[in-house]
Write a protein that binds this ligand. Sequence first.
Ligand SMILES: C[S@@+](CC[C@H](N)C(=O)[O-])C[C@H]1O[C@@H](n2cnc3c(N)ncnc32)[C@H](O)[C@@H]1O
Length: 259
Amino acid sequence: MTTADLPDHVLRNREAWDRWAPDYVANGELSWRLEPGREKWGVWDLPESEVRLLPDDLAGRDTIELGCGTAYISAWLARRGARPVGIDNSQAQLATARRLQGEHGLDFPLLHGNAETVPYPDASFDFAFSEYGASIWADPYRWIPEASRLLRPDGRLTFLVNATILMLCMPEDDGVASTNEMVRPYFGLHRLEWPHDQSVNFHLGYGDWIRLLRANGFEVEDLRELRPPEGATTTFPYVTLDWARQWPSEEVWIARKRA
Ligand SMILES: C[S@@+](CC[C@H](N)C(=O)[O-])C[C@H]1O[C@@H](n2cnc3c(N)ncnc32)[C@H](O)[C@@H]1O
C-alpha cells in the first residue's frame, strides 16, 4: 500500500505524531528502564503489580504491539521472555524506539505502518496489546478485525484507552481539563476530530465495543476501569485527579479470541 492509499485519519495522525514525537522521548527513556514487575500503565503510572494487565505466561509467546510508539511495552514483553513485534504509524516515534533498542541491547522487529493492515500472516501472534496506540488512533472497525486475524485461537487482546465517559466530558479546546458535564453525545460516538491539531481519534460506546469484539470472534473477559490512588499525578492536562477519582478516566478491555 502506498502513502496515497492510506485513509485520511492515518495520514493526519502520522503528521501529528511525527510532530509530537520529541515530547515522548523522555517518557520512552524512563519507561524502557522499568524492569519486570515495575512496569507502569497509563497517564497515572499505575503499577503492573496492582493492575495486572500482562499475561503470566509470556515466555516464548509471539506478541504484537499495535501503535507501539517508543516501544517500551514491547521491551517489557521481551524481558518477560516474549518475542515481540511493534508496529507504528510514525517514523519519528520509531526512531526513538530503535535508539532505545540499541541502548538496552534488545532487538525485535519494528515496522512502520498502519495497524489496521499489518503485513503478517493470519494467526501469527498469541498476544496483541495497545496502550493509547491503535486503540484510540486507528478506526476500531478496521483495527479490531485486523487484531482478530493476527491472533491465534485462544490468543488475548488487551487494550487501554481513554474511558468512554471521559471522552463525553472532554472539551475540544487544547489543554483544557474534562468537565463534570457531558459536552458531546454518547449515541453515534466513533470518530472525533480535534481542530487545534488536525488529529483524529476514535472512541465507541460500551455496547458498540462489545458488539464489535464479539462480531470479530472475541469473548470479552474483562473491562477494567482504572482509578488512580489519592496523590497520583499526571502530566496530561485533559483530566484532573479529582475527576479521575470520581469517574473512570482510563479503561482496559481484555478479550480472548474464540478457539
Ligand atoms: C501515545 S502513543 C502509544 C505508545 C505508548 N504506549 C504511549 O502511551 O506513549 C500513540 C502511538 O500510536 C501511533 N499510531 C497512531 N495511529 C496509528 C495507526 N493507525 N497504526 C499504528 N500506529 C498508530 C502513533 O504514531 C503513536 O506513536
